[in-house]
Design a protein around this ligand. Structure first.
Ligand code: PLP
Length: 389
């Protein structure tokens, strides 16, 4: 059976070039980067090369990169590394749970947190961030691109505000990396999180940009790895994979692969909007990353649609992968003002570098039929259709 994978915001497949770069480090080049001997030196130089590659993607110094086990750890290191009991944090209502649940824990530890709202396009208003500032505000943590809608936040404006008011600024750029250029100086952030598996690198590896001079308490205690910011033997093959994936991600802005992805996403969105009634793009009208289309289908249960499409060979998602199976509607979509029903009827289509025009054609051929079939058996749809006629 033909299959197409349009769930790249959950994870992306490893690119063959990335796998080839990693392969020797599972076998003959297996050293511990802290060892003095030859194998250790080879490992150290591979780790430092990867650090340079990641630094080039973010346009920062190599020494400002801390390797982590992924986006969740990067977000946790940024928040728990900086914030102390009594401090105030500003974040948004639509962050990934890696930030939101960390903020909940910070509140239990005696910090206060303001969750700024978003508008109907899921945009944070920098003036809301400004109004939330207090003398004890230590950190602003606002994501760059949302994982469900792909909407890009005005991070450069927020970064400017943070610099003017002498507050640290962290941005979770896990879903922005490889899709839009990331310039830490332009964003004006002190901390920025990325994750390898969202840019066609391996799962379980990531990096946190930590601006020079930003003192972080480590999450783990152990050796002096990563300049004492992250103890534990480096994940050599994973880090090499992240480095190569970062290099390819940077090239994507000049080799047209990002532009091609946008063309495919736009054609899919257009086909769904034109071919199916009572649908809407969530986040329409806001700046968005080029690979994501989050579409609400009235009178359809999103989980039922995901399952029906999966049975026909198309992998998509209802939102954040980690909340699959949850009965609760997406916190991102409800924060934008969608009703619980509309939020539950929303599907995320997310493309990757490997996505082909045939994959998109396949999706275009399946979605209208599946939507029609699900509506046929929906009592709510029947009622709304007869009310219209
Ligand atoms: N932040 C965002 C915006 C994400 O989309 C994700 C993963 O979906 C994470 C953080 C967590 O990253 P990881 O899976 O590498 O822990």
């Amino acid at each position: 059976m033909r299959r197409a994978y349009l769930d790249n915001n959950a994870t992306t497949p490893l690119l063959p070039e990335v796998f080839e770069a990693m392969r020797p480090h599972f076998l003959e080049r297996f050293g511990n980067a802290s060892s003095i001997h030859q194998q250790g030196q080879q490992a150290r130089s591979a780790v430092e090369h990867a650090r340079e590659q990641v630094a080039e993607l973010l346009n920062c110094r190599a020494a400002e990169i801390v390797f982590t086990s992924g986006g969740t750890e990067g977000d946790n290191l940024a928040l728990f590394g900086l914030v102390q009991p009594g401090d105030h944090v500003i974040t948004s209502a639509i962050e990934h749970h890696a930030v939101l649940n960390s903020c909940n824990r910070l509140e239990q530890m005696g910090c206060s947190v303001t969750y700024v709202p978003v508008d109907g396009r899921s945009l944070v208003d920098p003036d809301d961030v400004r109004r939330a500032l207090r003398p004890e505000t230590k950190l602003i943590s606002i994501m760059m691109a949302n994982n469900e809608t792909g909407v890009l936040q005005p991070v450069a404006e927020i970064g400017k505000l943070a610099a003017e008011t002498d507050v640290y600024f962290h941005t979770d750029a896990v879903q922005a990396a490889g899709k839009v250029p990331l310039e830490v100086k332009e964003i004006g952030c002190d901390l920025l999180t990325i994750s390898a598996h969202k840019i066609h690198g391996p799962q379980g590896t990531g990096a946190l940009f930590v601006r020079k001079g930003t003192l972080l308490q480590p999450l783990f205690y152990g050796g002096r790895h990563e300049r004492s910011r992250r103890a534990g033997t480096e994940n050599l093959a994973g880090i090499v994979g992240l480095g190569r994936a970062a290099e390819i991600a940077r090239q994507g802005f000049s080799d047209e692969s990002v532009a091609r992805m946008k063309g495919l996403r736009d054609s899919l969105e257009k086909a769904i909007l034109e071919g199916i009634e009572q649908v809407a793009v969530n986040g329409a009208g806001a700046p968005r990353v080029p690979n994501t289309a989050n579409i609400s289908f009235d009178c359809i249960e999103g989980e039922a649609m995901v399952i029906a499409l999966d049975l026909k060979g198309l992998s998509v998602s209802t939102g954040a992968a980690c909340s699959s199976g949850a009965i609760e509607p997406s916190h991102v979509l409800t924060a934008m003002g969608l009703s619980a029903d509309r939020a539950r009827g929303s599907i995320r289509f997310s493309l990757g570098k490997q996505t082909t025009a045939e994959d998109v054609d396949f999706a275009r051929s399946l979605v209208p039929d599946v939507a029609a079939r699900l509506r046929e058996i929906s009592p709510v749809y029947k009622k709304s259709a007869s009310a219209l006629s």
